[in-house]
Structure formats: structure tokens, C-alpha cells
Design a protein around this ligand. Structure first.
Ligand SMILES: O=C(O)[C@H](O)[C@H](O)COP(=O)(O)O
Ligand SMILES: [Mg+2]
Length: 328
């Protein structure tokens, strides 16, 4: 049965009733708390209000460019008090999965990383060996010697057993060539997450999923994605906080990661906000019967950010489509 979203309009009673249903709020970060370095209006006040009512807040982000410690610095710099233990980022859940669940036998458990320092920090904290990532030696054009050395294997590390693809701001042909050949040699293909776009500066940029696409295209393999909506991440969070899933709500901006994560995790509710990837590729999700949106799904009142007023009205109004709520 298709669930239709309920709108959480400016009605304070409805908002209080919604809040009182839950003990724990899992907050997505990019597109919910902020867009890049722009903190959305009301974010700090909302978190303070929830905490003042004894609600637990946990930050669950697919952004693998930062470690949990980096995220704590960002939260603090944005005026959001937090604790590193309340932060679950996809780099962390990937490192945990590799180190504690996959547990490939050494020495063939080295990781070739496409991604930034967040992944490296978390792999290091789990004692997982890696190459690639932010290595400056790979930030250059491919040369005839590279072609030769990759082709005959002399430039490849025989201990690489995993390719882990995350958001990499320095992706290039040379790194993709290395990653492809490791996969061709049988390395396991993992992704921190497969978000198609990254919400930032009130628009969208290539997301982590756009980094692994070339490898999917070349190999025909789909990576095991370890961020939302993967339930490995939900199990890790529940294992740590031991919360009642029926009393937890996932707040997110992306339907095929955040909201799906909450629904498949059988949480008590989900809250879809309109400040992030709403108009990304996921808009198409609304074209499907709203099976991903349980009845508790709501769309909070939001002040249209200036950049949103001229956004394309690509979302039909109607039965299975969410509508931008009237402005409060
Ligand atoms: O491309 C990406 O990696 C994602 O867009 C980004 O990281 C999403 O982060 P989140 O919304 O889960 O905080
Ligand atoms: Mg988001």
C-alpha cells in the first residue's frame, strides 16, 4: 500500500505530537543541517529544543570526506554542540565493516582508496592498511611508464584485496586505471556510499556515486555500498545506542538514502526535508508510488532559501508527489 506523506505544517500541535512520538532523532547532515558551509536557519535551535526535551540526537552522514573527528570540528564551528560518539559517517562504517566484518586474511587485505582523508583516518584507526586516497604521487597525468607498469603489474601492489570508492575531489584517469586493474585482479568492490550528487552552496555537485560509476561501467560490477541505506550502518548505530527503533526517526533530504534507510530499518518514522537533494536525481523517486514514504513521513515547514525560489518546478503536484508546503 502506498503511504502518502503527511505535511508537518506550521501547526505547533502537530509538530509537538510528532516530536513526542520519538526518543531518538537520526539526523542526516549535508542538505539537512547545512549546504556546504552554510548552516540552515533554525538548525541549532531545533537541535537544542529536541535535546531540551530529552531526545537523543545522532548524526548519520554519507559524506566520507571527513572523519568523525573532522565532523565534530565542523559541528562545533557551526555552533552545534556534539560528541564524536554521536557521529556516524560512511568512512567510519566502511572502516568498521572492512576491519571487523570482512576481515580478509592479511596481507591480502590492503585497500586501494578513491577518496579523501576522512576514509584514510578511519581506516588507520581500525588498523587497516591502504594505498591511493590523498597520495600526491597519483595526482598527475598518466604516463607511458604508468601504462606499462599497470599492464605488467609492476606498479600494482599484490596485497590489495579491496577497492573502496568514496567522494574524491581529486579523481583522475590514473587513479581510475589503478582501481580498475585491482578489480580486474579480483579485489572486492566497496563504496562508502553511492549518492549521485553532493548538495553544496545551494546547488548540487558530483557525489560519491559519480566516482564509482566509471568502475561500474568498466567492470559491470556493483559496489557494496556501506553508507545509507545500508542496514549494516543501522545495525552498527543500534548496536551502539541500543535504542528502540520504533521510537526513532530519521531526518533526511535524500529519498534513496536517508528515507529508505529509515524505512528499511523499520524506524518509527522518517522526516523528509526539502533543503537538500530533493531536486537531485531522487526527484524521480516521487514518480514511483510513495511506497518509500510511510504515513509518518512529514515535510516540515521550511523557509524557502533564496536560491530555491527560482528552482525548476520539476515535481508534479498531485497524489504521489510531495508538494512544497505553503510557506509558513
Ligand atoms: O556525494 C556524497 O558523498 C553525498 O552527497 C554526501 O556525502 C551526502 O552526505 P549526507 O547528506 O549523507 O550528510
Ligand atoms: Mg543529505
Amino acid at each position: 500500500m502506498a503511504h502518502l506523506p503527511k505535511y508537518l505544517t506550521g501547526d505547533q500541535t502537530a509538530i509537538n505530537e510528532f516530536i513526542d512520538k520519538f526518543d531518538v532523532f537520526l539526523f542526516d547532515c549535508d542538505g539537512v543541517l547545512w549546504s556546504g558551509d552554510h548552516l540552515f536557519e533554525g538548525t541549532v535551535e531545533t537541535l537544542e529544543l529536541l535535546r531540551s526535551r530529552g531526545k537523543k540526537t545522532i548524526f548519520v552522514t554519507n559524506n566520507s570526506t571527513k572523519s568523525r573527528a573532522d565532523y565534530l570540528k565542523k559541528l562545533t564551528s557551526m555552533g552545534i554542540p556534539g560528541d564524536v560518539d554521536e557521529i556516524f559517517a560512511s568512512a567510519y562504517s566502511s572502516a568498521i565493516y572492512i576491519a571487523r566484518i570482512m576481515k580478509l586474511p592479511a596481507p591480502k587485505n590492503k585497500v586501494f582508496v578513491l577518496g579523501e582523508s576522512g576514509i584514510e583516518t578511519e581506516l588507520r584507526s581500525e588498523g587497516v592498511e591502504f594505498i591511493g586516497g590523498t597520495d600526491p604521487a597519483l595526482r598527475r597525468d598518466i604516463t607511458p611508464e604508468d601504462y606499462k607498469g599497470i599492464a605488467d603489474g609492476s606498479l600494482l601492489d599484490d596485497n590489495v584485496g579491496i577497492v573502496l570508492a568514496g567522494l574524491d575531489f581529486h579523481i583522475n584517469y590514473l587513479k581510475l586505471a589503478h582501481a580498475y586493474h585491482y578489480l580486474a585482479r579480483g579485489a572486492k568492490f566497496l563504496a562508502t556510499n553511492t549518492d549521485s550528487t553532493l548538495p553544496s552552496n545551494h546547488t548540487f555537485f558530483p557525489g560519491a556515486g559519480s566516482i564509482s560509476i566509471p568502475l561500474i561501467n568498466m567492470t559491470g560490477q556493483q559496489p557494496l555500498a556501506l553508507g545509507k541505506p545500508s542496514q549494516a550502518m543501522m545495525d552498527a548505530i543500534e548496536g551502539k545506542f541500543r535504542f528502540d527503533r520504533k521510537k526513532a526517526c530519521m531526518v533526511g533530504d535524500r529519498l534513496n538514502t536517508d528515507i529508505q534507510f529509515g524505512i528499511e530499518g523499520k524506524l518509527g518514522g522518517t522526516l523528509a526535508v526539502l533543503t537538500g537533494n530533493w531536486l537531485g536525481r531522487d526527484a524521480a523517486q516521487w514518480a514511483r508510488p510513495a511506497t518509500l514514504i510511510p504515513k509518518e513521513a512529514t515535510i516540515p515547514p521550511y523557509k524557502t532559501e533564496p536560491w530555491q525560489t527560482n528552482r525548476p518546478r520539476s515535481i508534479k503536484e498531485g497524489r504521489d508527489h510531495a508538494r512544497s508546503p505553503d510557506r509558513p
